[in-house]
Design a protein around this ligand. Structure first.
Ligand SMILES: *Cc1c(COP(=O)(O)O)cnc(C)c1O
Length: 369
């Protein structure tokens, strides 16, 4: 097995991807017009249980437009976890807004909802929870706080296709939810993104701004300064084919997480798995562990040992407040810093067999015992 490298993620194209893509080339519909874009949007809305869905070139621009269309502007503050991917913070900065960071919950590593209220000021406009690594946030508490203070909630659901909270799919638990279809996500369109919402007025505004602000009833008549954030028909072709198989891909991720629990369960004092919120059903985009103080090796050592065994790993995200664009000299986010220093994302893609996972787990346990 050592000769075959085990990657953290790998896309799996097991359905109509080639067939649909070929149709784009053969019919000439390769840009943003064509049947796959509309069909992908409609089917993704149904998958989430949302009224409307709008596709995007990638998940960062979809999050930008979700933020901008929620009227976040100059000086407005948006509360978000410090432990996330940089796109969450950048989406707010693009609008002239200010990301305001909150520490992580020690069990789920998602935004610690009990620490949101103390960050609210007269400039706070929105809360942007992130369902980290596929694990839903405490949306009940977050929505209660938002309602109490009149704030908008925008879900960054980029990593959590199909995850649910209280039986409802993520992305639909707030005003607008944003997804990504980058190549390493649970389903991919190469690059790609999607916004879902139940709000018709917001949906129409998003469509207008996404496509150069062109009046839907008058071609080449532009009513606002919009963007070209469109997904191509080729992206949508792959995305639609992936959506047709997404339930299987989610089942794969859940199977992988259970197998890691089986093979690493005896190390419970030395490693901590990402935990689940009450009422949440995670899709485990990545099985992620944090090494505790009882681990007999540092993260760098463990990752080195895994590399030597031809296993790719990746560190958990660095917290936003320690990186140059969002650096806070006096930032104090102990849980996010702890996970950020000690967290490892394990190989989590659909092609992994039980044998491969037991091999990975064996290397991890030998390194830390
Ligand atoms: C992947 C991701 C995005 C969007 O990324 P793109 O690569 O632009 O599609 C946004 N937020 C989070 C948390 C992500 O993981």
């Amino acid at each position: 097995m050592n000769s075959d490298r085990i990657f953290v993620s790998e896309p799996l194209f097991a359905g109509n991807e080639k067939k649909y893509l070929l149709e784009c080339v053969e019919t000439g519909w390769v840009s943003a017009n064509g049947r796959f874009v509309a069909e992908f949007e409609q089917r993704f809305a149904e998958f989430c249980g949302a009224e409307y869905a709008v596709s995007f070139a990638n998940g960062t621009v979809s999050l930008h437009l979700a933020t901008l269309m929620s009227d976040v502007g100059d000086g407005d503050e948006v509360i978000m976890p410090t432990l996330t991917y940089i796109a969450t913070a950048n989406a707010v900065r693009y609008c002239g807004g200010k990301p305001v960071f909150v520490d992580s919950d020690p069990v789920t590593w998602n935004i610690d909802a009990s620490q949101i209220e103390k960050k609210i000021t007269s400039r706070t406009k929105a809360i942007m929870p992130v369902h980290l690594y596929g694990c839903p946030c405490d949306m009940k508490k977050i929505n209660e706080i938002a309602q109490k203070y009149g704030l908008i909630v925008i879900e960054d659901a980029a990593e959590a296709h199909g995850a649910s909270f209280s039986g409802q799919k993520v992305g639909t638990l707030s005003k607008v939810g944003s997804f990504s279809f980058f190549g390493n996500k649970i389903m991919t369109s190469g690059e790609g993104g999607m916004l879902v919402t139940d709000d018709l007025a917001l949906y129409e505004k998003i469509k207008l701004y996404k496509s150069q602000g062109m009046d839907p009833s008058r071609r080449y008549w532009h009513t606002v300064v919009g963007y070209n954030y469109r997904m191509t028909n080729m992206q949508a072709a792959i995305g639609l084919a992936q959506l047709e198989q997404v339930d299987d891909r989610i089942a794969d991720r859940r199977r992988i997480r259970r197998l890691y629990e089986k093979y690493l369960g005896h190390l419970r004092d030395a490693i901590q798995f990402q935990g689940e919120q009450n009422g949440a059903e995670s899709v485990y985009w990545m099985t992620t562990i944090v090494l505790t103080e009882n681990a007999k090796a540092s993260r760098a050592e463990v990752m080195q040992r895994m590399e030597e065994a031809n296993i790719e790993t990746r560190p958990i995200f660095y917290p936003m407040h320690i990186m140059p664009p969002y650096f806070e000299a006096d930032g104090h986010y102990p849980v996010a810093e702890y996970s950020g220093e000690r967290g490892i994302c394990l190989p989590s893609h659909s092609r992994l067999t039980e044998e491969m996972i037991s091999y990975v787990a064996g290397v991890v346990s030998k390194a830390i015992r």
